[in-house]
Ligand binder design. Structure first.
Ligand code: GLV
Ligand code: MN
Ligand code: MN
Ligand code: MN
Length: 399
């Protein structure tokens, strides 16, 4: 089966008819269907599947660890996301297993295909949740208490999916068994399209994080409340959104986004009593990222005060700049020849693992340059070329 063929098998799972694209979130029906599909694909290849204490899926070729060579990505998506961000790395891992088998070159080291849970944070708000839990980058208690937009806690959702919520948390033995991790991913920008190259080696991930701004005012009637009497939290929220563009322009490689805003109670003829707004901020390093967030926070405070409102700011996640393993990058280059080396502004489980394990990434050209949206794309030839490159790299690392 071709890699594109495997991707086509899941093309109808989790389609979002309202938003377009896909909505596949931790432990929802679509994601569960993908877990079943993963298990079937693994079994078909004679791999042994286990779900770890945090809901990450592992398919072992031979016995687990130590010093395992691990490859994979994630199966969840952002709301209304594309078909490739995540699944491409998982299907390529399976077809790499096929390729190594056909070549008669099974890896000597233990080998696993992994699908990390809730990489996008689309349901519980913290990205790379499965890998953060595994590595201890988020504490078990904090994770258990995370809620989805319907108020369901991670502990409840995990229990509903057959996990023991008490066992969520760091998994040091499993982590210690990973020797190297390689993640293949669709490119989430236009770099390779501009360079007209199908494949790249990842160099680093920008610093990035998420902050929640809660503006509190006074809920009231839209028709009868005089302007001078209003404490409308939508006004400072709007000013904050405006401030993100200015702050991002000031920062090195700055990018600041408000992609989610929830007025409460949310009626057309109601002045909101509170507004929650989520800021996604990324820049070259921690200093630049925090300076940008500080500038936006100042703007939020001043706009809130002007409207007689208050604002509370909470950091929901933060990941520092990550540089992928130099030796692995060198090995990738030896196998793949002269391919471009590119940084990424997107977060990945590879970024979380990199703090503990030699980790590298490969990127496949995306001709639209668009990601986290239905227009995300990779040409079938590039998909096959990417998977073949992954197989070559794994063959080299595993021999
Ligand atoms: C995940 O893809 C992210 O970068 O937000
Ligand atoms: Mn993503
Ligand atoms: Mn991804
Ligand atoms: Mn990601």
């Amino acid at each position: 089966m071709s890699t594109q063929g495997l991707l086509d098998q899941i093309a109808d799972v989790g389609r979002d008819r309202r938003r377009g694209g896909y909505s596949r979130h931790a432990f929802d029906p679509a994601e569960r269907e993908l877990r079943t599909w993963f298990t079937e694909q693994a079994s078909r290849r004679g791999l042994d599947v286990e779900t770890d204490r945090n809901g990450n899926l592992w398919a072992w070729w031979g016995n687990p660890g130590p010093d395992a060579l691990v490859t994979g990505s994630h199966l969840d998506s952002v709301p209304g996301g594309g078909a490739f961000d995540g699944p491409l790395g998982v299907v390529s891992a399976f077809t790499a297993v096929d390729a190594l088998r056909e070549r008669g070159r099974p890896p000597r080291a233990p080998f696993a295909v992994v699908a990390f849970a809730e990489e996008e944070g689309g349901r519980f708000g913290v990205p790379c949740l499965g890998s953060r839990l595994l590595t201890g980058a988020i504490g078990a208690d904090a994770a258990r208490a995370l809620t989805d937009p319907n108020g369901v806690t991670l502990a409840e959702a995990a229990a509903g999916a057959g996990l023991d919520p008490e066992r969520l948390g760091p998994d040091p033995d499993r982590l210690a068994g990973i020797g190297r991790f390689v993640e293949l991913h669709v490119e989430q920008g236009k770099g390779l399209g501009y360079e007209n190259r199908p494949l790249a080696i990842g160099t680093d991930i920008s610093a990035h994080g998420r902050w929640r701004f809660t503006f509190t005012g006074q809920g009231d009637h839209a028709g009868t409340t005089l302007l001078m009497h209003r404490k409308d939290p939508m006004l400072p929220a709007a000013a904050t959104i405006g401030a993100t563009r200015i702050a991002a322009m000031d920062a090195s490689h700055g990018r600041a986004t408000v992609g989610r805003l929830v007025p409460n109670p949310g009626g057309t003829n109601v002045i909101a009593s509170t507004v929650d707004l989520w800021l996604d901020a990324r820049a070259e390093d921690e200093y630049c990222t925090r300076a940008m967030v500080e500038e936006i926070t100042e703007a939020a405070r001043s706009a809130a005060e002007q409207e007689g409102c208050t604002v509370q700011v909470t950091e929901e996640s933060y990941s520092d700049t990550v540089y992928f393993d130099r030796e692995l990058r060198h090995e990738f280059g030896r196998v793949l020849g002269k391919v471009p080396a590119i940084p990424t502004g997107a977060g990945h489980d590879a970024g979380i693992l990199a703090a503990h394990v030699p980790t590298g990434m490969l990127f496949v050209r995306n001709p639209t340059g668009i990601s986290h949206a239905p227009e995300e794309f990779a040409e079938p030839e590039d998909v096959e070329q990417g998977a073949a490159a992954l197989a070559d790299v794994l063959e080299h690392l595993g021999s």
